[in-house]
Each structure stands twice: as structure tokens, then as C-alpha cells.
Design a protein around this ligand. Structure first.
Ligand SMILES: Nc1nc2c(ncn2[C@@H]2O[C@H](COP(=O)(O)OP(=O)(O)OP(=O)(O)O)[C@@H](O)[C@H]2O)c(=O)[nH]1
Ligand SMILES: [Zn+2]
Length: 210
């Protein structure tokens, strides 16, 4: 894995529709492993965690235009992003916003997959029917961004074991995995159930039976 370097650093005040506000240090990078414009948001006292030799709370968040921006209820991405920004701001850490729309297959393909889901397939079967893998994400750029920011140990905010496995194999020390909350709604119940079945998620199975 090649090293990346910080290209720009700029302060961006954030305010969410529910009124929650915080300040982000937004970083751009040179030398990332693909040509997408991934960014890192430094939140809360993340530098203090490094000074104190604590592991900052880090969430690698995969882009979801429909969920993150438009509030789509087909998935849980928007509420997870909102939750992550506040929890990371409180703890001190980084949100890595990864331009991996649709688990890496892109926006148009994700919307094609939604159309197939409306005929009865689940979120993973639809990817396969379109000729894609169930999940095409590679977290090399996340490890590169952490390296550029001088972060080698993290508390990882996710329910996805693949993120932990990939980051560990890329040399990032994961001191603990912190689960995100369950953001269940009538519209995303099938999606969350498919994630729990297919992707070894740490989603509690009890609600699936109800
Ligand atoms: N291909 C495909 N991608 C989807 C679908 N719904 C959401 N996504 C994408 O899935 C990504 C989010 O991944 P998830 O599997 O929900 O969660 P995760 O990031 O793996 O795990 P957490 O860290 O626990 O949130 C985003 O890039 C979304 O655009 C879908 O039906 N099909
Ligand atoms: Zn989503």
C-alpha cells in the first residue's frame, strides 16, 4: 500500500436538519489508491486522542446518495451518518467518507438493484443478478487516509466485520469495534434483515423474528 499525503485541510461548520451542529476539519488527500475524491472529517478533540495515545473513534462510511442526502428509507445510511457524526464529535475521532456508492458498484447500478429488489430479490441477490459481487468495497483508501493523518490505532464504529478484517490486514490496529445503533423502519426492515443474513453482521437477530 502506497502512502498518501494531506492535500488540503479546511474547517466546515456542520448543521443537520434536526438542529444538531458541530465543527468538522475536512481533509483531502494526494496519492489515494483510486481516483475518487474521498474525504476525512476530523471531529471533536480527535488530535487530543492522539496526544493522549488513545485510539480515536473512526467510522469508514460508504457513500449513499439516496440515504445520506435525500433521506431514503430503503436503507439505514442517513441515520447512521447522523449518529456517527455526533458520537465521533463527542469522543474525538474521524469520519472517513468513502466514495463507494452502492457498496462499490455505483449509483446507477444501485438503483438498478433497487428495481430488481422490487421484483422480490434481496439486496445481495440483486447485485449478483447484475453481474457484480455482493460487496465490491476495498478499504485501502481508508487505511491510506488514516496513515496520512498519523493515526495507526482506532476504535472502529461499524457493524461490518469486513471493515475490521480489511483494515487490520492493511496494518491499522483496531483496538475495539463499536456497533452503530439499529435504525429500523418499516421501509428498511427487509434490507437490514438481508444484511444480517448474508454479511455476518453484528445485528442482533432477535428483532428479525418479530
Ligand atoms: N448494491 C447495493 N448497495 C446498497 C444498497 N443499499 C445500500 N447500499 C449501499 O451500501 C453502502 C452501505 O453499506 P451497508 O451494507 O449498509 O453498511 P456497511 O457500511 O457495510 O456497514 P456499517 O458500517 O455497519 O454501516 C452504501 O454505499 C450504500 O449506497 C443496495 O440495495 N444495493
Ligand atoms: Zn444507503
Amino acid at each position: 500500500m502506497d502512502d498518501a499525503t494531506i492535500r488540503t485541510q479546511v474547517s466546515v461548520p456542520l448543521r443537520f436538519p434536526d438542529g444538531y451542529s458541530t465543527l468538522a476539519e475536512v481533509f483531502t488527500f494526494r496519492g489515494l489508491a483510486d481516483d475518487r475524491e474521498h474525504i476525512a472529517l476530523g471531529l471533536g478533540d480527535w488530535r487530543g486522542t492522539l496526544d493522549r495515545d488513545e485510539a480515536p473513534l473512526v467510522r469508514p462510511h460508504s457513500e449513499c446518495l439516496t440515504g445520506d442526502v435525500f433521506g431514503s428509507e430503503r436503507c439505514d445510511c442517513g441515520p447512521q451518518l447522523r449518529e456517527a457524526v455526533e458520537r465521533i464529535s463527542n469522543a474525538g475521532g474521524l469520519l472517513l467518507y468513502l466514495r463507494q456508492e452502492g457498496r462499490g458498484i455505483g449509483l446507477y447500478a444501485k438503483l438498478d438493484a433497487y428495481a430488481l429488489q422490487d421484483t422480490g430479490m434481496d439486496t445481495y441477490e440483486a447485485n449478483l443478478a447484475l453481474g457484480h459481487a455482493e460487496d465490491e468495497r476495498d478499504y485501502t483508501v481508508a487505511a491510506q487516509m488514516l496513515g496520512a493523518l498519523g493515526v495507526s490505532r482506532i476504535a472502529l464504529l461499524t457493524n461490518n466485520p469486513d471493515k475490521e478484517e480489511q483494515l487490520t490486514s492493511l496494518g491499522v490496529k483496531v483496538t475495539k469495534r463499536v456497533p452503530t445503533r439499529l435504525h429500523l423502519s418499516p421501509a428498511n426492515a427487509g434490507y437490514l434483515a438481508a444484511k444480517a443474513r448474508h454479511a455476518r453482521r453484528t445485528i442482533e437477530p432477535d428483532w428479525l423474528a418479530s
